[in-house]
Design a protein around this ligand. Structure first.
Ligand code: BEZ
Length: 208
């Protein structure tokens, strides 16, 4: 099943490294960063799970809960997490789904048969509190994710939602944002009292 931006994230109940988890209930009123990795006891994955744990405060500040997944078992996860903690100098507190039969991985289209028929690629789903998929990314097994980019896109989504704006290329928090073309000039004056720079009628940049 291929999942698109705007779809409701499929719900599931699964065993994880911290116990049984129902996905929608677990998200609750927060956001979710749901990501898969190919396998436990592998080098790139060890650094990614470690980085996610190191960024616990950064995710919490954005009301985002991380949830990992691989097609390994709970016992393997628990053994490997000790390695991650030790080698990455952190404490993994977030759950990792154990999906040895690939049930959840298939539900989220995380198994790409040209890479492997039994292990997940590096998928990312950013899911909002309404359980809507807001952003997806897919990386091959050999290529690590950039966690600064993951936090940046969460900031962009949350800024866009809060202010009804869009964000320009390479935006970072505090940078100028785009007033969408759907906002009339009269409305823009109400919404953006700081004014804006209009390079073209369709390209209006403002600072919040
Ligand atoms: C890794 O995490 O290093 C890895 C796992 C599976 C395939 C390739 C790399």
């Amino acid at each position: 099943m291929s999942l698109h931006i705007g779809d409701t994230a499929p719900d599931f109940t699964a065993e994880t490294s911290t116990g049984t988890l129902n996905f929608h209930s677990w998200i609750g009123t927060d956001w979710a960063f749901f990501f898969s990795h190919p396998g436990d006891f592998t080098p790139v994955c060890t650094t990614e799970i470690g980085r996610t744990a190191q960024l616990a405060d950064a995710f919490a500040a954005r009301n985002v809960k991380p949830l990992g997944l691989s097609t390994d078992t709970v016992a393997e996860h628990l053994k490997w997490i000790k390695d991650v903690d030790e080698t990455q100098h952190t404490t993994v507190m977030f759950p990792i789904v154990a999906d040895p039969d690939c049930r959840v991985a298939r539900l989220y289209d995380m198994i790409h048969d040209h890479e492997s028929t039994t292990a997940a690629v590096r998928s990312v789903f950013i899911i909002d509190p309404k359980k809507t998929i807001r952003l997806t990314m897919t990386y091959p097994m050999n290529v690590e994710r950039n966690f600064a980019e993951i936090l940046r896109v969460i900031d962009a989504l949350q800024t866009d939602d809060a202010h009804g704006v869009a964000t320009p290329a390479d935006w970072t928090p505090g940078g100028a944002v785009i007033i969408p073309t759907s906002v009339t000039t009269d409305k823009a004056h109400q919404l953006f009292p700081n004014g804006w720079t209009e390079t073209r009628p369709y390209l209006r940049l403002t600072v919040l």
